[in-house]
Design a protein around this ligand. Structure first.
Ligand code: PMP
Length: 352
């Protein structure tokens, strides 16, 4: 080891899903939306003047936070925007989890949480999900330095009713509770409606799933203006120009088209429900997903074998080689045609 290596911050990074680019492949491994963004995004992209790229973007991200404020019918001071929800969540960890007491998040959840906790030196504990992969809300009633969980959870897809989410927030008035709602638009009511009642709540959402804009990297947080100011203080201590001019403008455009948004969600959830039925008929079981993916296990065929057999057919799904997860596949809901191809392949693979 070189002497200088002693001074290096060494971390175990998060592993993102693969991004293969093979003609004809079916990509169901990173929970992207199979449909294009709202038509207004295309129009705005065409009208965008590269001349404007000479100038820095607005560090306050105002066009986007104002569009969000209109969409959710609340003050713009309650919004914070960032480079995908990963950026927003990382800033939130750094800002709100600054206690010697451990923060809490489930043992099975978004695998970025322990990575940020390690990176920022935040102590953490991971209460176990129950036998059916549900979050046990009573586990979040002990002393802690903050709480974060996704709703729906990932990679299980299970949505927790808002009354239970509210219970966790209410029982933890002295710490910040972050609800990561990356998939909530496919599931049920958002905790955003609780923001006015609980000053310790931060809700984080993304444009990557329900708004079909994973490649543009847009995420946001909603919380009381005091929390948002604290978040901005950390952001401005780190990188003031996080979001590009293109992301700000195109994101604002996407939020304006509510009809397209609703149509996109309706189409996707209909495909998800149909896929659930057909997977069941093929011998798969899964938690009842409220997300744009299904976390499925076959009654006799090991997940790893299915994963590899699908891959040979250029159908990409996500496999996690981890305790309790190793016999499951996380399958993103694609178009109806993609699901038909997947189901046909699964039928052949599992019949062997
Ligand atoms: N939270 C959860 C639970 C996720 O699954 C993801 C997607 N990887 C994210 C946050 C981050 O998404 P993005 O950075 O694209 O907004």
């Amino acid at each position: 080891m070189k002497k200088w290596e002693e001074n290096i911050r060494r971390v175990v990074p998060y592993t993102p899903g693969e991004q293969p680019d093979i003609p004809g492949m079916i990509k169901l491994n990173t929970n992207e939306n199979p449909y294009p963004p709202a038509p207004g995004v295309r129009r705005a992209l065409r009208e965008m003047k590269e001349e404007s790229f000479r100038l820095y973007p607005d560090p306050a991200c105002s066009v986007l936070t104002e569009a969000l404020a209109r969409r959710y019918n609340r003050p713009k001071e309650q919004f914070f925007a960032g480079v995908g929800s990963d950026d927003v969540l990382a800033m939130a960890f750094l800002t709100f989890f600054n206690s010697k007491r451990p923060i809490l998040f489930p043992d099975i959840t978004y695998s970025f949480y322990p990575v940020w906790a390690e990176l920022f030196g935040i102590p953490y504990e991971r209460p176990a999900l129950d036998e059916e992969f549900r979050i046990v809300k009573e586990d979040y009633e002990r002393e802690n330095g903050g709480i974060i969980f996704p709703n729906p959870n990932a990679p299980t897809g299970l949505y927790m009713e808002l009354a239970e989410v509210e219970d966790i927030i209410r029982k933890n008035p002295d710490v910040i509770v972050i609800v990561d709602e990356a998939y909530v638009d496919f599931a049920g009511p958002s905790a955003i409606e609780l923001v006015d009642r609980y000053d310790n709540l931060l809700v984080v959402q993304t444009f990557s799933k329900s708004r079909s804009m994973a490649g543009m990297r847009i995420g946001f947080a909603v919380g009381n203006p005091c929390l948002i100011r604290y978040l901005n203080d950390v952001k401005y201590s780190f990188n003031s120009y996080t979001m590009s001019r293109a992301a700000l403008e195109l994101g604002a455009e996407a939020v304006k088209d509510e009809a397209y948004f609703q149509k996109n969600i309706k189409k996707l959830t209909a495909t998800r429900e149909r896929t659930k039925k057909e997977l069941k008929a093929l011998g798969f079981r899964f938690p009842d997903s409220g997300a744009n993916f299904i976390f499925a296990s076959h009654e006799s065929c090991p997940a790893k074998e299915i994963f590899e057999a699908l891959r040979r057919r250029q159908i990409y799904v996500r496999y996690f080689d981890a305790p309790r997860l190793h016999n499951y596949l996380r399958i993103t809901v694609g178009t109806d045609d993609e699901m038909d191809a997947l189901l046909k392949a699964l039928k052949e693979i599992t019949a062997r």
